[in-house]
Design a protein around this ligand. Structure first.
Ligand SMILES: NC(=O)c1ccc[n+]([C@@H]2O[C@H](COP(=O)([O-])OP(=O)(O)OC[C@H]3O[C@@H](n4cnc5c(N)ncnc54)[C@H](OP(=O)(O)O)[C@@H]3O)[C@@H](O)[C@H]2O)c1
Length: 220
């Protein structure tokens, strides 16, 4: 009988770790393949951890199996790449695109990845432009079931502190009641819950999931 397998990229980050925690406790998924660049400490029997070189397309491909649900929560920041835009692109753009290609090639059931609210390839803002370019490149791959997740500011406790985001996380909730759900800050665990619910749906084809949709999907 077919097993429900989740393949998780970016499972060590804020949203990815919430996703992983929830998938572990979700009986729908019988097996979880977690792809990381450093070995993770886990004794959970559902988890298989594969450590790979993310710059190698073939290594990404070898982690994906037919009919799996593939989640990607990968992304970097300007401070992590020390302002190197080429390196930023190699992570956010190249890795995401290679996961999309591998998902298509290996006949994965669904591919979900996190982009960003406001992503636009024509934006003058580096981050929003890059996210828009990733969305367009991934759409061109034509995965059978593609879900582009577009959250606003993510709320959650991080291992490494991010000054500007922390200010946003403090200020946004104060104005939350007047902000429309399209731009309201959202908890990383709410995004993770929505991604899991979406992954179990019967939707296929290209699906753009905006911030406001994520609040609804997290409840379904
Ligand atoms: N922060 C926000 O408010 C916000 C808002 C909208 C959208 N987003 C987007 O949402 C996504 C998830 O954000 P997040 O804040 O949850 O992520 P995060 O905490 O920064 O985690 C990023 C993940 O990407 C992995 N990663 C980074 N560089 C890598 C590399 N070179 N090779 C392999 N893996 C690498 C990290 O692995 P390691 O643990 O090995 O570093 C980690 O698992 C990102 O694409 C982000 O741009 C964020």
């Amino acid at each position: 009988m077919k097993k429900n397998v989740a393949v998780v990229f970016g499972g060590t980050g804020l949203t990815g770790s919430m996703l992983l925690k929830q998938i572990i406790n979700d009986h729908f998924f019988e097996k979880i393949i977690v792809i990381t660049r450093k070995k993770i400490a886990t004794k959970n029997l559902k988890i298989t951890n594969k450590v790979i070189d993310f710059s190698k397309e073939k290594e990404i491909q070898d982690c994906i199996i037919k009919d799996a649900v593939v989640f990607s929560c990968i992304g970097t920041t300007q401070s992590q790449v020390k302002g190197n835009k080429k390196r930023y692109k190699e992570i956010d753009f190249d890795i995401t695109l290679n996961i999309a290609k591998a998902s298509k090639k290996m006949n994965a059931d669904k591919f979900l990845f996190i982009s960003s609210g406001g992503a636009n390839s024509k934006s003058s803002n580096f981050y929003l432009k890059l996210k828009g370019e990733i969305e367009e490149a991934v759409i061109n791959i034509k995965n059978n079931s593609l879900f582009i997740i577009k959250p606003s500011l993510l709320i959650g406790r991080r291992k490494n502190r991010r000054f500007l985001e922390e200010i946003g996380q403090l200020v946004m909730p104060i104005f939350s009641f007047i902000l429309p759900s399209t731009i309201k800050a959202i908890k990383a665990k709410t995004v993770a819950k929505a991604m899991i619910n979406i992954s179990k749906s019967n939707l296929s084809g290209k699906n753009i999931i905006e911030n406001s949709d994520l609040f609804n999907w997290s409840k379904s």
